[in-house]
Design a protein around this ligand. Structure first.
Ligand code: ATP
Ligand code: MG
Length: 272
């Protein structure tokens, strides 16, 4: 395994974000309020929070797709003013190019990242990544000829193909059945162990968050900030142990749930 360096891969400093409300309402919706956290290279960090609290918005800011209203973000030690070449993004709602095949969609990501014509190694890389997510044999299908879960897996293959140092994943396994989800969780952990990849993950699933992460960041209701950071210590490698049966797992799960429930119970997520 590549040893994680202790350099910062993501630094979020006092980030706030307000969106304009629809014209009939006027004013702004304050989504993030002075959110701050650091992530070291090689870490796996999951953001957990009530629905609508701003998790996708925060990920989009770190991806360089949305500008914060206030505060600063660095990726790989550099202030962000455009999407970082170190990062790749798996979207919550996957969008594939409909007139390209499954393999063509993965290859498109490589073309766009490298700004050059396809090479043989790009073709091989696309095939390798599709095999990793269990899509061998479907390379020549078009997006409307595969299931929602398969489309989601193309999105993961597309992000991994560019060999990012930072993978931003917004509920990437949300549309998958329980079995495929478990298999891909383990594939992701093994891939990360081999490459030293840093992962910033968003999930609604407490089990998934605790099983995958080195640290879980629980977000408050809007305007969201990081309520608490929960370090997760489990037997490693997690794929080789029955981690879900350990007292550490149960305790982290209990703590995260208590925090999440407190935010929902307060009703702060309402549109007011
Ligand atoms: N482009 C936009 N313009 C205006 N408001 C937006 C925009 N994008 C998101 N919002 C609002 O910001 C809030 C946070 O949205 P966001 O998608 O970041 O939440 P989330 O935590 O990812 O939710 P979920 O868990 O349901 O995916 C929501 O109230 C949403 O309506
Ligand atoms: Mg979201």
């Amino acid at each position: 395994m590549n040893q994680p360096s202790h350099q910062s891969i993501v630094s979020v400093r006092d980030v706030s974000l307000s969106y304009p409300r629809p014209p009939r309402q006027g004013g702004t919706l304050d989504v993030l309020g002075r959110t701050a956290f650091e992530m070291k290279a090689g870490e796996f960090v999951t953001l957990l929070g009530p629905t609508g609290c701003g998790k996708t918005s925060l990920l989009r800011i770190i991806a360089g797709l949305v500008k914060p209203t206030a505060g600063e973000v660095s990726v790989g030690g550099l202030p962000l003013d455009a999407p970082s070449p170190l990062a790749a993004y798996v979207f919550q709602q996957i969008a594939l190019v409909p007139w390209r095949t499954v393999r063509g969609n993965v290859e498109l990501a490589l073309e766009m990242r490298h700004h050059r014509a396809m090479t043989k190694s790009d073709h091989d890389k696309a095939r390798e990544m599709l095999a990793l997510v269990g899509l061998s044999g479907f390379e020549d299908y078009y997006p409307n000829q595969i299931s929602g879960g398969m489309q989601q897996r193309v999105g993961i293959a597309r992000a991994l193909a560019v060999e990012p140092r930072l993978l931003l994943m917004d509920e990437p396994f949300g549309a998958l059945d329980a079995q495929t989800r478990r298999i891909l969780q383990d594939e992701l952990l093994s891939w990360r162990a081999r490459t030293g990849l840093s992962v910033l993950f968003v999930s609604h699933d407490l089990d998934e968050a605790v099983y995958l992460s080195d640290r879980v960041l629980v977000m408050s209701a809007r305007p969201a900030h990081i309520l608490e950071q929960i370090p997760i210590t489990l037997p490693e490698p997690r794929t080789a142990h029955d981690c879900r049966a350990t007292p550490e797992y149960a305790e982290a799960h209990r703590k995260a749930w208590a925090l999440l429930r407190s935010q929902n119970a307060l009703g702060k997520g309402a549109a007011a």
